[in-house]
Every structure is written in structure tokens, then in C-alpha cells.
Design a protein around this ligand. Structure first.
Ligand SMILES: C[S@@+](CC[C@H](N)C(=O)[O-])C[C@H]1O[C@@H](n2cnc3c(N)ncnc32)[C@H](O)[C@@H]1O
Length: 228
């Protein structure tokens, strides 16, 4: 772990907006979806919608894409990306499933405002992908805004990863796969302990090293099951 804080990383990535912009980690998650994504895909924490759009456009094995985020700003940005030329807020639904606008025709993917996987039905997806907020953050330096929620994984770095691992199995269809981006800044072994405790086998689909962190995307499959 370096002295780097969520704020440093945000500055380096030029994220002056309140929506996380595509970066190295986004590209790596999209690469993993290209390799292992199939069927009905949910991207949790879609941010700008860049990963979801790439999956919808470029991965033939993916049949449909739902993109979700807790942030209303991210949902609006993702919807703009999904609907070419469409109005900013068209078609964003909340976690009750009430759509605010129109039928979504011409849309690359659907956008749902949601906390992790909570509104989705059991067994609804064949692939669930997540690039979580993962930076360990001193509670004194926490920001009370949407960009902090996009970057900070709380004091441990795992405050979104742990509940995701506990919940994702419910929405994965039998034989489904979870794709989780993990950073060395969070602590690879600590995440693997939780992966194991939550009943998943894992394999590394893609990985990259950068001067200040290493990133991997893990494919998670139910222990004893197979994904493909
Ligand atoms: C690191 S960003 C990744 C954005 C995008 N997937 C990408 O790779 O470029 C993490 C995203 O998770 C979202 N997020 C944070 N907490 C969440 C939660 N409880 N449920 C759903 N999304 C959440 C943030 O708003 C942010 O858009």
C-alpha cells in the first residue's frame, strides 16, 4: 500500500466529475468479459456505462446487458451512453423496477439504479461483473460524495467487495460466473479469503501490473460447480 489516497487517484485519473470515468481497471474488466462473459450479463457499479457498452457491442456470447449503479449521476451517464442521442434521464429505473421513461428500444443496455444486486431476481444472470470501489481509505479522509462512493472501499478497502461476494451467488444462474476486479491496494489474499468463505472457486482471467498497483479480474464459480 502506498501513501496514495482516493483523492490522489481521482486527480491522477482526471475524474473531476462525480461519475467514475473509464480507466485501466475498466479496460481490464471489459477484457475479462470478452474472455468469460456470456448469456445475460449484469454489470454492477457501471459508472459511465463504458464497460457495459463494450460488452453489449463487442461480446457475441453476451445476449443481454443490464447495468446498475447506486449513484443517480452514474445511472444518467450510463443511460446517455446506452441510448444514442437519447434524453439524459430516459429509461433509468429505480430499484422498485418503475421505469421513468420510455420503452428502451434502440438502447444498447438497460440501466437500473440499485444497491449491489438487491433488486434482481434469483438466478437472473449468467455473468455478473463488478469493478468495485476498492481503495482503503482512512475514515478521516472519507469524502461524503458520489466520487468517494466510486473509489473508496472504506478502511479495509473491502466494504463493497464483502457484501457483493455474499450476495452475488443468489442472482447467478446455475453454472454462472462472477467477474470481480481486485487490486493489490485492497489486498489480494484478504479478498481471496472472502471468495473462499463465500463458497466460490476462482481463477485469474486477466491481470496487469502498474507502477502503483496490480489489478486482476477473478472468475468466480460456485465451489463444486462449473461455469462453461
Ligand atoms: C470503480 S467505479 C467503476 C465504474 C465502472 N464500472 C468502470 O469500470 O469504469 C465503482 C462504481 O460502483 C458504484 N457503486 C458504489 N457503491 C455501490 C453500491 N452499493 N451499489 C452499486 N454500485 C455502487 C459507484 O457509483 C461507481 O460507479
Amino acid at each position: 500500500m502506498t501513501e496514495r489516497t482516493a483523492r490522489d487517484l481521482a486527480a491522477r485519473r482526471g475524474v473531476e466529475t462525480n461519475v467514475y470515468q473509464p480507466a485501466e481497471d475498466s479496460g481490464l474488466l471489459a477484457d475479462a468479459i470478452e474472455k468469460r462473459g456470456r448469456g445475460r450479463l449484469l454489470e454492477v457499479g457501471t459508472g459511465s456505462g463504458w464497460v457495459a457498452a463494450r460488452a453489449a457491442r463487442e461480446v457475441p456470447d453476451v445476449s443481454s446487458v443490464v447495468a446498475s449503479d447506486l449513484s443517480p449521476h452514474a445511472c444518467r451517464a450510463a443511460r446517455r451512453r446506452a441510448v444514442e442521442g437519447g434524453p439524459e434521464e430516459a429509461g433509468v429505473s429505480d430499484s422498485t423496477g418503475d421505469r421513468t421513461e420510455p420503452d428502451g428500444s434502440g438502447s444498447l443496455f438497460d440501466v437500473v439504479r440499485a444497491n449491489l444486486v438487491s433488486p434482481f431476481a434469483d438466478d437472473a444472470f449468467d455473468t455478473v461483473a463488478f469493478n468495485p470501489p476498492y481503495l482503503p481509505t482512512d475514515p478521516e479522509n472519507e469524502w461524503d460524495d458520489w466520487m468517494e462512493r466510486a473509489l473508496s472501499g472504506g478502511e479495509s478497502g473491502q466494504e463493497l467487495i464483502d457484501p457483493f461476494l455474499e450476495a452475488v451467488g443468489r442472482v447467478l444462474a446455475p453454472g454462472g460466473v462472477g467477474l470481480l476486479l481486485v487490486s493489490s491496494l485492497t489486498g489480494y489474499d484478504a479478498v481471496l479469503d472472502r471468495v473462499d468463505a463465500c463458497g466460490f472457486d476462482h481463477e485469474v482471467v486477466v491481470e496487469e501490473s502498474y507502477p502503483f498497483e496490480s489489478l486482476s479480474v477473478l472468475a468466480l464459480t460456485a465451489t463444486g460447480g462449473s461455469s462453461q
